[in-house]
Design a binder for this molecule. Structure first.
Ligand code: PLP
Length: 391
């Protein structure tokens, strides 16, 4: 009989987002009159802004006429979008279009990039973190080691005293909401330089950074051009979670000829991101759209501020929610699944149990600020009412 990839068969099925959704759906089915509010999802609630919709509509029109029809594009993305990204997002860095890749979502990009490195490469992941790094690596038959962190080090792990070839860093972090400062990142860049390692820098929440001293890109850190690959997405600011468009930068400094090598891989494994999405993404970088998108992100950050205040008022310990759309909250004498069921059953609010992001997350839970204001305010009322009674 055919053998199936055991790594996929053995993927965790218990402590997953999928399992959280199943439990929520089960509860809703059994309690149809309850109004369940979600502070769980990592999906945005704001619709796509009009200028982007108009740009995508024009792109659709182009596809309807033989003179302007587009078929297969460049596997690595259209230059009109790469040039716009360089101009708007990386204007101080002098990247060439050959170092920029357009893709269809960072979720696949952060894992696919492992194909660039030898199978023997050791990989470390700062944990708790976005679970896809570990599970995605596993699907590609790569093992990862976890660098654990906790509230004593503000969820930023110590620099390891052994060598790893590949280091995943997510900043601003999902789920902790912590963003690395320039000094903290510099330590990792120096470590990578010393050990000949590469940093895979997941920066999909860069547009949420508001604090001074937090770099919007790892390339603001001296030396990062030689060691870091940065991933970004249009999902969380331009509301492209359904449209699908992302990009990443592989600086030429990381390895001689790296971009020629990766393009060889890319043309065999990817036929390029959607043309309509790329036109929409281009528009998202125009001055007019940027202003509107900053307003959207500010709206989520205001939600985060309201949630943060409320949880603090209820004497929870809270991290994040300042430069990120997530709050990471310590449970009160319960495991993270117990906390999940408590919130669901007593308050009819969905939160994400911290264990979904790694074992050391079991004393925490994640709250998302991506909901609309009404949902956030109603959730806050329920939480505070409960706290008044019992805390
Ligand atoms: N990286 C992190 C840290 C995320 O939280 C997410 C989505 O939640 C992604 C990547 C995936 O983004 P995309 O929608 O571009 O696939």
């Amino acid at each position: 009989m055919i053998k199936i990839n055991e790594k996929i068969i053995n993927l965790d099925r218990k402590d997953t987002f999928h399992n959280v959704s199943s439990e929520v759906n089960k509860y809703i089915k059994n309690n149809p009159t309850k109004k369940v509010l979600s502070l769980g999802v990592g999906d945005v609630s704001k619709p796509i802004i009009k200028p982007i919709i108009d740009a995508m509509k024009s792109a659709v029109d182009e596809l309807s006429k033989s003179e302007t029809f587009k078929g297969y594009g460049n596997s690595h993305g259209y230059n009109f979008l790469k040039e716009k990204i360089i101009e708007v997002e990386y204007k101080d860095f002098n990247f060439s279009v050959d170092e920029v890749y357009i893709s269809a979502g960072s979720k696949m990009d952060v894992t696919n990039i492992l194909e660039l490195f030898d199978i023997s490469s050791s990989i470390c992941i700062t944990s708790p973190t976005y679970p896809i790094y570990k599970d995605g690596a596993s699907c590609l038959n790569r093992e990862v080691q976890l660098l654990k962190s906790d509230d004593k080090n503000n969820f930023i792990p110590e620099i390891p005293n052994k060598k790893f070839d590949i280091i995943y860093i997510c900043s601003p972090n999902n789920p902790t909401g912590i963003a690395y400062s320039n000094e903290e990142l510099k330590k990792w860049v120096d470590y990578a330089k010393k050990n000949g390692s590469v940093i895979l820098y997941d920066n999909v929440y860069s547009s949420y950074i508001r604090s001074k001293g937090i770099p919007k890109s790892i390339y603001e850190v001296e030396g990062a051009f030689d060691v870091a690959i940065e991933f970004r997405s249009f999902s969380k600011d331009a509301s492209f979670t359904g449209v699908r468009c992302s990009y990443y930068i592989i600086p030429n400094g990381v390895y001689k000829g790296i971009n020629e090598i990766w393009k060889r891989r890319n043309i065999n494994r990817f036929n390029g991101a959607d043309y309509i999405a790329q036109r929409g993404a281009e528009e998202s970088l125009s001055n007019e759209s940027q202003k509107l998108l900053v307003e959207n992100v500010d709206y989520y950050l205001e939600n985060a501020r309201l949630l943060r205040e409320s949880f603090l008022k209820c004497s929870f310990k809270v991290w994040g929610g300042i430069d990120a759309p997530y709050l990471w909250i310590k449970t009160k004498n319960m495991t993270s699944w117990e906390t999940f069921y408590f919130f669901l059953e007593e308050l009819n609010i969905v939160i994400i149990p911290g264990i979904v992001f790694g074992e050391e997350g079991d004393n925490y839970f994640r709250v998302s600020s991506f909901g609309n204001r009404e949902t956030i305010k109603t959730a806050i009322e329920r939480i505070e009412k409960y706290c008044e009674k019992s805390i």
